[in-house]
Design a protein around this ligand. Structure first.
Ligand code: FES
Length: 67
């Protein structure tokens, strides 16, 4: 799915940028070129950043138990 039509950037491109370490909106914008011209793209990128953070590939569940 194309997220940013002016730069022709897809959600996959954005997820790849996030996987490569772009952890903020500005980092994704810089890495992909998406979101430079309009706010709706930035909203979409924020959503992808949020869903990526909630994904399982970076899950660091705290150790259960303790005292
Ligand atoms: S369509 Fe490219 S920044 Fe919105």
């Amino acid at each position: 799915m194309i997220v940013c039509h002016c730069a022709r950037v897809t959600d996959r491109d954005i997820r790849n940028a996030i996987d490569d370490g772009a952890s903020t909106l500005s980092a994704v914008v810089k890495a992909t070129g998406a979101g430079r011209c309009c706010e709706p793209c930035r909203v979409e990128i924020r959503g992808l950043l949020g869903s990526s953070a909630a994904g399982d590939h970076h899950a660091d569940a705290p150790a259960a138990g303790g005292l």
